[in-house]
Design a protein around this ligand. Sequence first.
Ligand SMILES: [Zn+2]
Length: 283
Amino acid sequence: MRILLPCLATLILNAQAPVPLGRMTVQPLVDGTLSLEASLLKDIPPAEAVGLLGGRKAASTPVNAFLVRMPGRTLLVDTGMGKDPDVDSGHLLTQLAAAGLKPDQVDMVLITHFHFDHVGGLLRPDGTRAFPRAKLCVSRTEHDQWTTKAGLPERLWDRIPKVKAIFAAYGKDVTLLGDGATPAEGVTALAAPGHTAGHMVFAFRSEGKELWCIGDLIHFGAVQFARPKTGIVYDLDGERAVASRLDFFRRAAAAQAVLAGAHLPKLVRIVPEGEGYRTVNVD
Ligand SMILES: [Zn+2]
């Protein structure tokens, strides 16, 4: 295993090529990887889940941020985990550099929700801003929940100081978003509640092309596209998460939107098939 680690590091240093969509480009920046056990899935027979995972009981899952370049504007969706000594993580800024950008060239950071693997890269280890010039756009619902604790599970309370430190560091550059807000031209914030109360999807449009950064609307690509009613224990409100997933998948298929999931290994479009969808990779 120790011998393999340098190889993995080398792979991660190479950012994936940007994918053009109209006048914008999107590029996954892999901050790290997590192993997710199939037993985290709900409402699916375990044998069926393992079967859809090709016989594996766990899936090695990327933690993605997405670099979106639009005319005159550079945006980032989510920021990965930051450096965690226990897992392969904290590669976001290296990936950004491999894409030819310095942190102060990022104009806006959009956050799908406040779980640690999405906000972990907003601050440097010394507590200063990782993106010194960027506007920080987050769901108002998510912000209010994390700052008042209302409806926030007690198991997450110990993370509140970290979230408050983020808001303090970004200060006047924080913008709170409601459903349908347009933080920038060609970008719409859409409420997609369930995984968390304020979980959001960000829809980017350019010349008729659609890119939807869907955060944690889905964790197991090999299972939950084919069986979208399958939940995961991380969903705060399982029923709402399923309803959001079904709604966004139906609309994404109709719009032929490119889906960028925080834990999906590929950019994909989806096509209805059986009780769910099949994926078509977008390279
Ligand atoms: Zn996540």
